[in-house]
Design a protein around this ligand. Sequence first.
Ligand code: FAD
Length: 318
Amino acid sequence: MSGVLVIAEARQGALRDISFELITAAREISAAGSITVALIGSDPGLAAQLNATGVSEVITIASPVDHFEPHVSAAAVGRLVDELSPAVVLAGHTIDSLGFGAAVAAVKDAGFASDVTSLAWDGALTVQRGLYGDKFLQTLTFPGKETVVILVRPGTFGATSPGNGSANVRPGADVDASAVRSRHTGYREPEVGDVDITKADFLLAIGRGAGAEDESDLEPYYELAERIGATLVSSRPLVDAGLVPSARQVGQSGKTVAPKVYLALGVSGAVQHLIGMRKADTIIAVNTDPSAPIFGAAHYGSHADLSDVADALKDAFS
Ligand SMILES: Cc1cc2nc3c(=O)[nH]c(=O)nc-3n(C[C@H](O)[C@H](O)[C@H](O)COP(=O)(O)OP(=O)(O)OC[C@H]3O[C@@H](n4cnc5c(N)ncnc54)[C@H](O)[C@@H]3O)c2cc1C
């Protein structure tokens, strides 16, 4: 058994970011062997984008249905495991791949771990994942397992650039209609709000320390964000209080973000918040409490009143 099989994801005609993050993850364990990417039940024209640096082969597999169907993916991945005998199968810890990843592992007697945040190969696979809201880090090995199915947490690895590769692109065997067990009835998109905070390079995060009691109390922060070229996000209490739309919440029950700069004003840095933003390139924290946990994650910090910092920023960017 050798090699890494990556299961790409597409939805509504476009590849999802996790596909390219998985290729980055696969490259981190390239010592396990060559990288094959499988695209199941989607426009084979998307395969060219998956032909990224480091990928040896891209296999497109036609589905009898137009939309993602977990049983079709389970059948296709199971067959690829038989054909390729990969040491590692990488899929996203996403709503789609959660629908077939564990099932494939069970049927193939493979090892399995979900929500994985780091991978290493040293003749065998070792992975890490958070426990109890990431308060603990668990290290897992898979003795006796020839193949291991891993679901990787989205946003953990940077996305590799599409294309640029020299992979062999070929069709795999189609999945038979008898594999289909469910019917797609349509998409109902979650509330995305007025912004996609996962795409912003500069986030201004406001926490309970802002002392907002009313939506109007946050207007100065929206203005500040606009002035400094940032997108306003918040910790959960402000969302729970109905002051900030849920689309702007960062953290375990909100969005995972990885901006270039994350400026946190009056955010304590609870583990559930840190989970969502600690991949930011630069974290700057402002908090009156020098022992606030946010300072443990921040690259730069100031024990200051956030309103002083907000005023100084407004002046500097006026
Ligand atoms: C299952 C679960 C999921 C959760 N999911 C999330 C999530 O997705 N996102 C999230 O954010 N939280 C989440 N939480 C809540 C989380 O545990 C914390 O309660 C929350 O992150 C705290 O938000 P905060 O930092 O804004 O508030 P607080 O913890 O109250 O911190 C406010 C901070 O502001 C500082 N401060 C006060 N006044 C000033 C001032 N004038 N100037 C500067 N600093 C000041 C204080 O020193 C303090 O550190 C979750 C909790 C659970 C149990």
